[in-house]
Write a protein of this length. Sequence first.
Length: 475
Amino acid sequence: MRLTVIGTGYLGAVHAACMADIGHDVLGVDTDSGKIAALAAGRAPFFEPGLPEILIRNTRAGRLRFTTSLQEAADFADVHFVCVGTPQRADSLAADLRHVEAVVDGLAPLLTRDSLIVGKSTVPVGTTRTLTRRVTSQVRPGVDAEVAWNPEFLREGFAVQDTLRPDRLVVGVTSPHADRTLRDVYEPMLRAGVAYVSTDPATAELVKVAANSFLATKISFINAMAEVCDASGADVVTLAEALGHDARIGRAFLSAGLGFGGGCLPKDIRAFLARAEELQVGEAVSFLHQVDQINHRQRRRTVDLARHLLGGEFAGRRVAVLGATFKPDSDDVRDSPALAVAAEIVAQGADIRVHDPEGIDNAQLVLPGPSYCTDVMEACRDADLVLHLTEWRQYRALDPVKLSQVVRAPRMIDARNALDPALWREAGWHVRALGRPVHVPTPGPGGTLRVTIPQAGGPVSTAPTPGDPLSGAPK
Ligand SMILES: NC(=O)c1ccc[n+]([C@@H]2O[C@H](COP(=O)([O-])OP(=O)(O)OC[C@H]3O[C@@H](n4cnc5c(N)ncnc54)[C@H](O)[C@@H]3O)[C@@H](O)[C@H]2O)c1
Ligand SMILES: O=c1ccn([C@@H]2O[C@H](COP(=O)(O)OP(=O)(O)O[C@H]3O[C@H](CO)[C@@H](O)[C@H](O)[C@H]3O)[C@@H](O)[C@H]2O)c(=O)[nH]1
């Protein structure tokens, strides 16, 4: 089949390449000519594992082409996927639909054949209905254009495999023709047994927003438990493991730490809150305000713990920041918890050096102040504190002994609960993490294990100390 994919960012570039990979003739369209030039040359304009390979394969095979021309798109196919951004509005929690509207306003008058416009962007429930009116009022006489919604559930870092082997396909359609067309598009997946849920557009739109709200709620739930762990001496990692053994709960999305960020979960729960208010059911989903607040509190708790470990002041202290992206295996820094923490400690006077395997270019655009290092050792040189903020696998492979030789003081906050604390402590590191008790293997006098920090001098207690922001110990 011939398809167009309009909007070739993190979602659209992958969708276009994967649709070509399953045999369709695909034309990708974007207003960003730099992105289109890169894609046309078979180069991924962002870091996504597996994307370069399928881009090269399919552009070379002639099944995948790119353009900035909507006219070319209208001429090329009668099935058009819309994958443009729906960010949070600057003036409210609501989604900004201007890009989606620009696409349908641009495309509808150009259509000369009956067409199907399939939205994949994440939109507020009710959008398909509004867009249908918009399209119908702009198409030429005699041309029939239907709008359907087919939300996307891919995760960055796994985008190619999630697109080629999704957990489910959800389509919101208003005619048997649209349903048949989408079944044809996804025929290889359906043959492989992927679940296909065909429903009305409102339900399809809502599935997406509900899924992201549920995932965000799970993360904030475990982060709320982490706070209770800090107050009571319990361990959130063991708690999550034990909860996860219950098949009704599951271990996924129960990793406590710095919380969620990215271009999806944060703005999607806020847009849902705004849409629910419009529908006068704001109270029904008002818990999402708390989900958002709990999430942001983890950033503040991490900054507070860092300041505490540095003796109450960031000024004059050097801090190494490991990780800038919102998650590993992506270069995306949109609403990155790591960068938010980095920005705050810079604002409080720390001298920071940031390392990230793939996100430095994007991070520099958002937070231009700090030094960025391509080498972890360089980032950690003379650091008074190391913050592990994004759990890239490279950081799990670090040698704590070697790293302890370059820092000023071997202090670490593992804000993603992803490192092996025993390994780091054996190498002389003082390791702290949200939701985890301070590990005291052999209590010394007064129940306090003392570790001598080389170079910087001064003992660091691994037991809770007065004013410790995570401590449940009496102050
Ligand atoms: N990123 C993800 O993992 C993911 C997953 C599922 C759903 N989504 C949803 O998909 C949508 C896109 O997200 P994204 O992360 O790919 O955003 P993005 O910003 O990476 O990509 C959007 C692209 O649309 C282009 N664009 C904007 N206006 C255009 C227009 N009028 N015509 C053509 N192109 C235009 C931009 O230049 C950009 O390349 C959002 O609604 C998002 O919530 C994203
Ligand atoms: O147990 C967990 C799991 C995730 N996160 C954080 O949550 C954020 C989002 O992670 P993830 O959901 O894996 O990344 P995204 O690529 O943003 O994917 C989400 O958002 C996409 C866009 O809507 C959806 O398509 C996906 O299904 C949905 O998982 C990241 O900051 C993670 O660090 C945690 O803190 N703890």
